[in-house]
Design a protein around this ligand. Structure first.
Ligand code: SF4
Length: 211
């Protein structure tokens, strides 16, 4: 194990505290809400996703059963705030069609990846946060922070990066959940794409690429 992965986790947890992902609304099925949220959050900020989720709640549609029946044009309109709504509406419909007849304990990565519009990051979000399975989620923030820190290579593929985390962390679903959320927080606040705020960065002592 490379304990820098653990050191970074501890530093970020110390700095930002527990993030308690994934935020769930009252009276919804967590798995269904997380699956829909994971699709809606592709290529957009969580703030925009919240608006779409709110629209679905106000229209009493935040469930697989209801979304399965709703007209796709109505769905597109309601999820418009999160962008790419034509494609996302199709992916939501397709996902529900695929998953509704599969027992939850039989849903695996291959099934999710067979759905058009669901890539590795979305599939792993659903598996980790929705189904409590040990899949570490890799996103653009992970690639940016950990390549700058010198712990991964910029050209590594998704599965290779994921393997690095899994090899260097205890196999603990709570840590996987919390760590991904903390990475997102650090990427949004400090390790920005342009002008990272290295002076304020709590992991600069590990980082090899201080700006
Ligand atoms: S020191 Fe700078 S580049 Fe390195 S992780 Fe922190 S903010 Fe990012």
């Amino acid at each position: 194990m490379n304990n820098k992965f653990i050191q970074i986790y501890e530093n970020l947890l110390n700095e930002y505290g527990n993030q308690n992902w994934w935020p769930i609304h009252e009276n919804t099925d967590p798995f269904e809400e997380i699956t829909i949220g994971a699709i809606l959050t592709q290529n957009t900020s969580w703030k925009n996703v919240e608006k779409s989720i709110q629209n679905l709640i106000e229209n009493n549609l935040l469930s697989f059963e209801k979304l399965d029946k709703v007209d796709i044009e109505v769905l597109k309109k309601l999820i418009k705030p999160s962008g790419f709504y034509n494609q996302k509406a199709k992916t939501i419909k397709e996902t529900i069609k695929t998953l509704k007849n599969i027992p939850r304990n039989k849903i695996d990565r291959e099934t999710l990846l067979s759905i058009k519009g669901i890539g590795r990051e979305t599939a792993d979000c659903i598996l980790l946060y929705g189904l409590n399975k040990p899949f570490f989620v890799v996103d653009a923030y992970t690639k940016r922070i950990f390549s700058r820190a010198g712990l991964i290579n910029q050209n590594m593929k998704y599965d290779e990066i994921q393997k690095k985390f899994i090899e260097n962390l205890p196999k603990d679903i709570q840590i996987y959940k919390e760590y991904h959320a903390l990475i997102v927080e650090h990427g949004k606040r400090i390790c920005l794409k342009r002008n990272p705020n290295c002076k304020e960065c709590s992991i600069s002592y590990i980082c090899i690429k201080i700006f």
